[in-house]
Structures are given as C-alpha cells and as structure tokens.
Ligand binder design. Structure first.
Ligand SMILES: Cc1ncc(COP(=O)(O)O)c(C=O)c1O
Length: 437
C-alpha cells in the first residue's frame, strides 16, 4: 500500500529518521505470535519482541479481553487519595516475582518514568534519614535509562544527551563494561570485575556520603547487550553497602524473563534496593512501568511524615491505570500458564548456540549474550550507524525485525519462540549480512 506524503506529514516519529522513513515507510498493521504483518500481509518475524517488550508474543487475546472488560467497567479511577482494586492485586502479583524484600510496588507509565521515580525515591529516602546531602548519582557510560531529563542525565549514550543540556547536576559515570578481550564471550566474561572499582574511586573523589544511589542496567541493553563481568554486580553491591549508597537495578529490559529468570537480580544473585521495570509487565499491550522498593527504603519514607499526611509527593494521573492493571494481571497469568520464564531458560542454550554460530561472518566484530538476549556488532561503514540503519531496513525487506542501535544489533525474541524461529532469525541475519559484503 502506498501512503502519500500528506498522510504522513503530521506525525513526528520518535527516535526515527523521519524524512527517510516517510520516503519509504515500513508499516505494521497486525501482530500475532512472534510475527508482525505489513499492510500487504507480509509476515515480519519479530527478533526483538517489538522493543524488548512483547515477551508473550503479539496481540494476546487474553490481554485484549481483560482490557476491554475493564474499560467497560471502570475506564479510569483517580489514583490520588482514591484507588481501584486492580492496582493492589497487580502489586501483589508483581511482588511475588520480585526478590524477597523488594515488595513495595509503585506504578508509573513507562520505563523513563520508573527511572525518574526511583531517583526521587533515593532523594526522599536519604532526606528522611537526615542525609539530604546525598544528592549525587553514579551511573555508567553507554547506559540507557530512558529519555526524561533526569534519566538522560544518568544515561551514557551520547546522542541521547548531546542536544539536551547538562541535565541533573552531580551525576558521575563509571566506565562501561565492554572490553576488547571479552569479544565473542558467551555469558558473563571472566575479565572486568575491576571496573566496579570505578564506584569506589568516584566515592573517594566526591565523598561517599554525598552519593544517593548507583544506577545500572544489570545487562546494559539498548547499547548492545553488555553482559556484566563475573563478580562485577556483587562488587557494586559491596561498595554500596560500605558507603550507604542505594543500588538501583534498571530492569526495564531484563525483567520478566528476558534472562531466563524473573529478574536479572535472580540471574546474578544480587539484590538491589530498588528495581525499575516496564515493557513486558503488560506484554506492552498497555503503557505501564513500575518501581519495586525494599522494605527499608519504603518504611523510611513512610515513617518520616506524620499520620494522615502524604508520604511521597509523587505520582502520575495514570499511575496504576485500570486498563494497564488489567493488562498486567492478564500478563501475570500468562507468565504462569505459558511457563514464560522456564521456556526462556530452556531455549537459551539453543538460542546462544545459534547466535554465536554467526561469529564466522567477517562483518560481525563481536557477539555477546545471556538468556534470550544477544547483541552483535557489525563493522561500521560510512560513519557510525550508517551501515546499521541500512542493515535494519534490509532485514525488514527480508522479513525480520531486529532493533539496531547504531551498528549494534539487539536480538531478543519473544519468550514463546520455538527453535525454528531462532533458526529463521539467524538465517535471515546471515543472508542479509551477505548482501552487505
Ligand atoms: C533499561 C531501560 N530503562 C529505561 C527505558 C525507558 O523505557 P520507556 O521507553 O518505556 O520510557 C528503557 C527503554 O528501552 C530501557 O531499556
């Protein structure tokens, strides 16, 4: 189907080369299982679960029905000083999945909002303890913590920051964990634990009692799937404990089974104080994010204000929106009935075998992977990201969606994928790379 320029002109697309897209649109009008479909009904195999969010496959009818039923019953209930039962029910279900002790769930509408909310919780926690001087944050180069102004201050991907001012003051960045000697290492690399000492150095440089929290994605996702070196997250936990710094895991991508466990905290046996999440919480059928908070952080903030008073001056018009909660509850059922986490864990060795088998392709300069999540780098040509963008378009023409960030590809198939889907992803990747040679 042809879309004329008048039809296309008003919509300003996010994170898209708008002019280029509008010259040759790639539209999707339907989704089912692990496939998306163009207006011409061509099937596009989804190798990135949309944007790492459709964990249970596209357009699950159970979720659609739950949302429809809820919209008919109570499409909206104000979430401030009033509520509806689904928020409580979903919080209970999510808390059953989060690590022990992270049982307090605050709802937001996106991953970006979950990051800003977690930052405010860190400020509020220290303020309540009489340590309001802790106003600095530590994060990491190449991090992606969403696109709100506070989140981009933590982030470390240059294009997401460059045009948008200095951001929240007092953020220091640790080095990222990509090391040349770890190229083509599957799972957690042996080398690189010493990179965690950056947190110690920053603490010694600015004073540990000025740092509120350290934010990391356990596996850095959007930048290209950087799996943490062995012992690295454990060491961050130790340093945080030593200095009273909160450890925050941004689990927006890693959470809800991507690594073959409920959360990355389980996969790496390191429990943070706060966890941000979004995306797969509703299988992306409704916008929603959440923050899971430890008893200590929650109780400290709660007890700091008198009875009858608002304890945390934060929330969104759509926090715990009934339709999003209905979608989330349906997703929690699917997680159980479809054994989503177990399936991801069972499929992971085969997935990683097939993806790492691509390492014989000369254009691929590195592959990394854990669970059902893998990243690969292709040799740049014509400037950073130019070849990656061309590659993404070619894959689409060949029937595959893989999210590219610059020249890095991010493979994250829906957790309901079968082996033959993995074969097809790798086959199309190989064929499309051959077009570039
Ligand atoms: C780790 C991480 N944090 C935060 C976000 C932001 O989420 P959203 O796009 O829902 O705002 C993302 C999005 O990809 C993410 O990967």
């Amino acid at each position: 189907m042809k879309y004329d320029i008048e039809f296309l002109e008003n919509y300003w697309m996010p994170f898209t080369a708008n002019r280029d897209f509008k010259a040759d649109p790639r539209m999707i009008v339907r989704g089912e299982g692990v496939y998306m479909y163009t207006p011409e009904d061509e099937a596009i195999l989804d190798g990135s679960s949309g944007l790492f969010c459709c964990a249970a496959g596209h357009s699950r009818p159970e979720i659609a029905e739950a949302v429809y039923a809820q919209l008919q019953q109570a499409a909206y209930v104000p979430p401030f000083q009033l509520s509806q039962p689904l928020s409580f029910e979903l919080a209970r279900r999510v808390a059953k999945l989060t690590p022990d002790g992270l049982d307090h769930i605050f709802f937001v509408n996106s991953g970006s909002e979950s990051v800003d909310t977690a930052m405010k919780m860190a400020y509020a926690y220290h303020y309540a303890r009489g340590e309001g001087q802790r106003q600095r944050f530590v994060s990491r180069e190449r991090a992606y913590h969403g696109v709100n102004l506070a989140g981009i201050s933590l982030s470390g991907m240059v294009k997401n920051r460059q045009a948008f001012g200095p951001g929240v003051p007092g953020v220091a960045h640790m080095r990222h964990t990509w090391l040349p000697e770890n190229r083509f290492v599957r799972g957690q690399p042996d080398e690189g634990i010493e990179l965690a000492e950056d947190l110690q150095r920053i603490a010694m440089n600015v004073g540990p009692d000025t740092i509120a929290a350290c934010f990391v994605e356990p596996v850095a996702g959007s930048t290209g799937v950087l799996v943490p070196p062995k012992g690295y997250l454990e060491r961050l936990r130790e340093i945080c404990d030593e200095h009273g710094i909160l450890l925050v895991f941004d689990e927006v991508i890693c959470g809800f089974g991507r690594l073959g466990t409920a959360f990355a905290a389980d996969a790496f046996s390191v429990t943070p104080d706060i966890m941000t999440m979004a995306k797969a919480i509703t299988n992306a059928a409704q916008p929603m994010g959440a923050v899971a908070v430890s008893d200590r952080v929650h109780d400290t903030i709660m007890e700091a204000s008198g009875p009858g008073l608002v304890e945390f001056f934060h929330g969104y018009t759509y926090s715990g929106h009934p339709a999003a909660c209905a979608a989330g509850l349906a997703m929690m059922d699917i997680i159980e009935t479809d054994r989503l986490f177990e399936r991801a864990s069972e499929l992971s060795p085969y997935f990683l075998d097939q993806v790492f088998a691509l390492s014989d392709i000369p254009l691929i300069t590195d592959i990394r992977g854990y669970g059902l999540f893998a990243g690969f780098d292709i040799k740049p040509a014509g400037g950073p990201g130019v070849r990656g963008t061309d590659f993404q378009k070619r894959m689409f023409k060949n029937g595959l969606h893989i999210k590219m960030t610059g020249d890095a590809g991010l493979i994250a198939p829906p957790l309901v994928s079968e082996r033959h889907h993995i074969d097809k992803i790798c086959d199309i990747l190989r064929r499309t790379l051959a077009e570039l040679e």
